[in-house]
Design a protein around this ligand. Structure first.
Ligand code: THU
Length: 139
């Protein structure tokens, strides 16, 4: 199994843990760190809808809490809970911005699978061009 396929498998596992009593749209993410460790994340919803957290941010925040700062790739899968098949689930704008805080836009891979064999791969720079980062605030 390739690194990508393994990461995709972990994203599907994470998706099963989604807490989605409101949207019933279940998302899983798996984040690959530079040292090879993988952090899973799922979306976690809230009766106060603005407090919902996406799967990608759950994975990234878990990793950052564990003092990881070097990230190589993230796989993201999502579908309505009663759907049989997955379609490509692109990350929302807030999650792209959180990725931009920690990930190299030139090399960080965003993997969007429908299955372990069928997936698209994007670079962060292509999904969030002209991003606002710490450098944007330098004189
Ligand atoms: N969601 C994610 O987890 N990741 C995304 O990038 C898009 C949206 C979640 C948030 C909410 O729980 C549900 O999908 C419907 O928007």
């Amino acid at each position: 199994m390739t690194d990508r396929e393994n990461l995709i498998k972990e994203a599907f596992e994470a998706q099963k843990r989604a807490y989605t009593p409101y949207s019933h749209f279940q998302v899983g993410a798996a984040l690959l760190c530079g040292d090879g460790e993988i952090f899973g994340g799922c979306n976690i919803e809230n009766a106060s809808y603005g407090a919902c957290n996406c799967a990608e941010r759950t994975a990234i925040f878990r990793a950052v809490y564990e003092e990881k700062r070097d990230f190589k790739a993230i796989a993201i899968v999502g579908k309505p809970e009663d759907a049989a098949d997955f379609s490509y689930c692109a990350p929302c704008g807030i999650c792209r911005q959180v990725m931009a805080e920690f990930c190299d836009p030139e090399t960080f891979e965003i993997i969007l699978p429908r299955s372990t064999e069928d997936y698209k791969v994007y670079k962060l720079k292509d999904l969030l061009p002209l991003s606002f980062t710490a450098e944007s605030m330098e004189e």
